[in-house]
Design a protein. Structure first.
Length: 427
């Protein structure tokens, strides 16, 4: 790291801690209000515009409240404020859009919601959440994209309420995404917070970490309009929060559940497996981390293995009947589009980066949950930037994981055997 880069990082860290974190809160809520307003006025996606029209007011109220606290120099319950703002900028827009959609509006959900609900319907009726290539090819050209379900079979669970009880706001998949997300995040905070009693700055990292998983616009917007990435992220964060107290069996179940929903969780599984091995907890970690994804995959693969390969492997790699619309202008996409043989070059760079990270994991394995979170964050950021087909919204994973590492910094070091003299371990 150069001296200029180090100076910038130091300056940002000082700003983030200024006035007990309130200066950073003012910047976060102010910029978020501006982002929501611009989204409401200019987005070409109608669910996004509807989100911005509501969220802008929530962010503005949080901005004014925080400015008042900053002027009075009285930081009050920053964590409670974060949860309240999340309700205003994510959960409220989600509920409004779900009710409007149940009332007949067809422009109040992104395709991810429909895909998850279709997966639940197919699972209930055919035993697999996937359509095979022949069935997708038989669809009208305008419907073939929605015929794909590029998720793990576990994502179908969120579509089962609609399959069982029909169209209603209570069966909207986003509502169930939000419930799982909220439960995982609240449990994570309850695990970490007792370790942070003491000076105010010790808990500042946890507040910022929660903000980056909830009120950050990329997360709030995603949950309100699509939502499928948030339970995956929250379960990964929960797995990391369980590690410092030695709960590796539970951590394996949490990250295994995430991997049963989406392949994006697999790098987190790999990093946590290295952490578990380095601390002597691998045998407790692996059954849940590997067993849950396999149990979710096996029935669908036995019913129609080719359908699984078409949806989860071929389509994301660009070999499906239609092309994925995930085309954010990151380096991997630009290389794939602008350079002869660019798709292979981008894939080669991605593989090279993965090998480098693997070497670093072997030579310098993480021994704390905070270090594991940093490995996950930087690794996923590298992958997202180099993937030939990706989305801007996927950045919520590395941003939240890197912020989460700061929240875990002051928690108990991960060890092979928790100290029995600390009663907090057994609450």
């Amino acid at each position: 790291m150069t001296s200029a880069t180090l100076a910038c990082v130091t300056l940002l860290a000082r700003f983030d801690r200024a006035r007990g974190g309130l200066a950073g809160d003012v910047a976060l809520y102010g910029l978020s209000a501006l982002f929501a307003l611009i989204t409401a006025l200019n987005s070409t996606l109608l669910p996004h515009r509807a989100w911005g029209a509501i969220a802008a007011w929530g962010y503005l109220a949080a901005f004014l409240l925080t400015v008042g606290q900053l002027v009075l120099r009285r930081p009050v319950l920053r964590m409670a404020t974060t949860w309240t703002v999340w309700g205003a900028v994510a959960l409220l827009p989600l509920l409004v859009q779900s009710v409007q959609r149940a009332g007949g509006r067809t422009d109040r959900a992104q395709e991810e919601v429909l895909v998850a609900e279709h997966m639940g319907e197919r699972l209930a009726h055919t035993g697999t959440p996937y359509l095979g290539p022949e069935a997708i090819g038989a669809l009208p050209p305008g419907e073939q994209l929605l015929g794909y379900a590029p998720y793990q079979p576990g994502m179908a669970v969120f579509g089962l309420p609609r399959a069982a009880f029909g169209d209603a706001w209570t069966t909207d998949a986003r509502l169930w995404f939000a419930l799982v997300t909220a439960a995982a995040l609240v449990f994570s905070v309850r695990l970490i917070a007792p370790e942070l009693r003491g000076p105010g700055l010790r808990g500042a990292g946890l507040v910022r970490a929660v903000q980056f998983a909830t009120v950050l616009p990329i997360c709030a917007l995603t949950l309100a309009t699509g939502g499928d990435d948030l339970p995956v992220l929250a379960l990964c964060l929960l797995a990391l929060a369980l590690c410092p107290s030695g709960r590796f069996a539970a951590a394996g179940l949490a990250v295994g559940a995430a991997a049963a929903l989406k392949l994006f969780a697999l790098p987190v599984v790999a990093v946590l497996a290295v952490l578990a091995f380095a601390t002597g907890n691998l045998r407790r970690f692996l059954p849940g981390a590997v067993g849950l994804p396999v149990l979710a995959l096996l029935p669908a693969f036995l019913v129609d293995g080719d359908a699984f390969l078409e949806n989860v492997i071929r389509f994301p790699l660009g070999h499906g009947i239609v092309t994925s619309p995930a085309q954010s202008p990151f380096p991997g996409y630009l290389i794939a589009q602008a350079v002869p043989g660019g798709r292979y070059l981008a894939a080669g760079l991605l593989v090279a980066a993965a090998l480098l990270i693997a070497v670093l994991l072997v030579r310098r394995p993480p021994t704390t949950a905070a270090a594991a979170a940093r490995f996950c964050g930087w690794g996923l950021l590298t992958a997202i930037l180099l993937m030939p087909t990706t989305r801007f919204g996927y950045l919520l994973y590395p941003l939240a994981l890197l912020a989460w590492s700061a929240g875990l910094t002051f928690s108990r070091p991960t060890g092979t055997t928790p100290p029995s003299g600390d009663p907090a371990l057994y609450r």
